[in-house]
Design a protein around this ligand. Structure first.
Ligand code: PMV
Length: 300
């Protein structure tokens, strides 16, 4: 999304990171623990004074409503003009909406003369996430504000995790995904219609989180990759994968990936891939260039 036109003088600028969920999307909505990574791509929001709320970019009703709520909460009124630039693709499962909401909260804070803490920015952005997602877990806005590698559980303070090595990730975008709200509703319906099965899956996911905390701490990429594949199998069982996601996984795994999974709500969107080393990550990203693949590292 691009900034359009020239507005009044900027009063505040804020940024928010994108995120990738390593383990636990959807299950976190129902109270399970999850692990997410901040990715080095950000959204920048600028706010300037205006007579009433004005957007210097094209946006839909949800984004307008989220903006109103965040401005009101942070700055006390909505008389601002807002512009945005982002390195993230919207609706791809990389947390565009959360990165926008965090960036806006920080910009609005500066415009109102206060520097928000990361927790305050995450909490204000949660108001925006409620508009976009209906029943958000809070994982996206937490990562958008904090970055790093975090252990997340709804209603608890997120915990930064120890990373005992360097992990080489690739993200590939399968194309436009369904809305997060519809996909979250789909999983909630499954929970209602098959409570026993869903309970078992939650238990399995919880075990994957424990394994991933250990694997991250020990720098064990092989183990982490295996856990990502197991997490993908759970998500695919719930009908969240697509033929293109499976094709991307196949290409990644045939080219040396240790693991590959849906990241985010699924139904399209992005695939998170773990490679054993830099050269393999570059090779996989090259093979998946038509899916806008890019690499990033986590840890030392
Ligand atoms: O909207 P996405 O694709 O970035 O993913 C949101 C993650 C979910 O677990 C599906 C929803 C949530 O609120 O945690």
């Amino acid at each position: 999304m691009e900034r359009r036109g020239e507005g009044s003088a900027t009063l505040g600028v804020g940024t928010g990171y994108g995120k990738a969920i390593l383990i636990g999307e959807h299950f976190v909505v129902h109270g399970a623990r999850g692990i997410a990574l901040g990715i080095p791509k950000k959204t920048t929001v600028r706010v300037g004074k205006a007579e009433s709320l004005r957007f210097l970019f094209e946006c839909g009703d949800m984004l307008k409503e989220a903006t109103r709520r965040i401005l009101k909460r942070v700055a006390g009124n909505t008389d601002y003009e807002v512009s945005v630039e982002s390195e993230l693709q919207p609706s791809a499962g990389m947390g565009w909406s959360a990165s926008y909401s965090v960036a806006l909260a920080r910009a609005a804070g500066k415009a109102a003369g206060k520097e928000l803490t990361r927790k305050e920015a995450a909490d204000a952005a949660f108001e925006g996430e409620k508009v976009f997602h209906g029943n958000p877990s809070g994982i996206d806005n937490t990562l958008a504000a904090f970055g790093g590698v975090m252990l997340f559980e709804k209603g608890r303070e997120a915990e930064p995790l120890k990373v005992g090595g360097r992990f080489y990730f690739v993200i590939a975008n399968s194309g436009k995904k369904g809305t997060t709200k519809e996909l979250v509703d789909k999983v909630s319906s499954l929970k209602s219609s098959e409570p026993t099965l869903f309970g078992e899956m939650m238990g399995e996911e919880d075990g994957l989180v424990d394994g991933a905390v250990t694997a991250l701490g020990e720098g064990d990429a092989e183990k982490l990759g295996g856990l990502m594949n197991e997490n993908h199998a759970l998500l695919a069982e719930m009908g969240l994968s697509t033929p293109i996601i499976e094709e991307i996984r196949k290409v990644a795994l045939e080219n040396g990936a240790l693991g590959a999974k849906i990241t985010g709500a699924g139904g399209g969107g992005c695939v998170l891939i773990l490679a054993p080393e830099e050269g393999k990550a570059k090779g996989i990203a090259k093979k998946l260039a038509r899916y806008s693949a890019f690499e990033f590292t986590v840890g030392e």
